[in-house]
Design a protein around this ligand. Structure first.
Ligand SMILES: Cc1ncc(COP(=O)(O)O)c(C=O)c1O
Length: 416
């Protein structure tokens, strides 16, 4: 998005030649897609807390049904499941941030993932998914979609020959990947996935939750749909659940119509909180990128750490791709402690700053040992088969000062 586009979003076109320069992430977070004048001349997006909308008389209803009153800046809707002005305002902002034509907001990241697949896939279809992805997305594909006769092929992250070979002509509808992935921060070659999708007329979808639109914009690399769990970095405060899909205008309109049937719309209060959170996305993510890189470097040189997974380290398998396609490497660092399950827990318990909790992307640092969190019910052997080691730690860095986090890690590692 150039400043001209931003000005267009602001309703304030400029003749300044410097206007072709790309606005920074923070400017986009505050102003992207935002109308300059809002209802009641409010600076902030008003919360339209309503489940339904009224019509003054029958003629007004008929004009609405005939779409005569649409597109005149009036964001009115017929019923809350179909849309809401607060929700629409956030959708415009998210579309601008990810350089998409439009965006559709849902009640959670999983509502976004499940709704797009349920809305588009016919029965008997086939999808391809990379491994090392959010386990509920995998669970949805391998159990729920299977019940509707939709088969999933899981291919190893980074094996693009396997991805292309898995395509079944006329049957494969979607290639789905996360980037970076959870928990090993593997990075997808977005350009290559986009090319494979276009060559075989298969839709491509990237879950870009870990990257945020500050660090990566998959649509610009030829991807069809971007999904985010807005619960994470976009909202940034661990106080709401939301999800979004961004893409081309006609496709998103179809998803919005389907949302009116499936029902997973976010509520207006949460949409407002999300809008508020996004305003600081640029500054938060810049700080989290900086601290995460410092933490990754510190851990990599530490005697009590066996391995660090962070796309900003040259030791990472996709460092080159990350350096080419991302403008920052994100706020999550995964690492393996030199010790067993118990020693790793002891280290975590000694930390004073991060909370032990699932999730990521908020202002507070959160830490978890996946073996005892998401994969608790599995045995060590079952976890290993899924690639989850007992000594693996996922550290989701908040916005605390870098030195404080480094000092905290240093003192806690002395017990390993
Ligand atoms: C990469 C990724 N995608 C999707 C989700 C689901 O999002 P939500 O928890 O908002 O439903 C998560 C949740 O952890 C996630 O990490």
């Amino acid at each position: 998005m150039t400043l001209h586009d931003l000005d267009k979003h602001l309703g304030n076109l400029s003749d300044d030649p410097s206007a072709n320069k790309e606005p920074g992430g923070s400017t986009r977070s505050v102003h992207g897609g935002t109308k300059r004048r809002k209802a009641f001349n409010s600076l902030n997006t008003p919360i339209v807390q309503t489940a339904t909308y009224t019509f003054g008389d029958t003629q007004e209803l008929i004009d609405f049904m005939e779409r005569k009153t649409w597109g005149d800046g009036d964001d009115r809707e017929e019923y809350g499941r179909y849309g809401n002005p607060t929700v629409s305002a956030v959708e415009r902002k998210l579309a601008a941030l990810d350089a998409g034509e439009d965006a559709v907001l849902y009640a959670s990241g999983m509502a976004a993932v499940t709704s797009i697949l349920l809305s588009i896939l016919p029965s008997g279809a086939h999808i391809i998914m990379t491994d090392d992805c959010y386990r509920r997305t995998r669970q949805f594909a391998l159990t729920f979609l299977k019940r509707f006769g939709i088969e999933t092929t899981v291919v190893p992250m980074g094996d693009y020959d396997a991805m292309e070979a898995a395509i079944i002509p006329k049957k494969t509808r979607f290639i789905i990947s996360e980037s970076p992935t959870n928990p090993y921060l593997r990075v997808a070659d977005l350009e290559r996935i986009g090319r494979i999708g276009k060559k075989h007329r298969v839709l491509t979808l990237i879950d870009s939750t870990f990257a945020t639109p500050i660090n990566q914009r998959p649509l610009e690399w030829g991807i069809d749909f971007v999904v985010h769990s807005a619960t994470k970095y976009l909202s940034g405060h661990n106080d709401l659940l939301a999800g979004v899909v961004v893409g081309k205008g006609d496709r998103i309109k179809a998803l919005r119509d389907a949302r009116g049937v499936l029902g997973g719309i976010v509520d207006p209060q949460n949409a407002y909180l999300l809008d508020r959170g996004i305003k600081t996305l640029g500054v938060r993510v810049d700080q989290q990128n900086r601290t995460a890189l410092a933490v990754a470097r510190f851990l990599e040189s530490h005697l009590h750490i066996e391995r660090v997974w962070y796309p900003g380290l040259p030791s990472h398998p996709e460092y080159r791709i990350a350096a080419a396609q991302m403008t920052g490497f994100g706020g999550v660092v995964s690492f393996e402690v030199a010790g067993d399950l118990k020693a790793t827990s002891k280290f975590i318990d000694r930390l004073k700053i991060p909370y032990i909790a699932p999730s990521l992307g908020g202002v507070e640092s959160l830490i978890e040992q996946p073996a005892l969190m998401s994969y608790y019910e599995k045995t060590t052997e079952e976890r290993l088969a899924l690639g989850i080691k007992d000594n693996l730690v996922r550290f989701a860095i908040g916005i605390e000062d870098t030195d404080d986090i480094l000092n905290d890690l240093d003192q806690a590692l002395s017990v390993v």
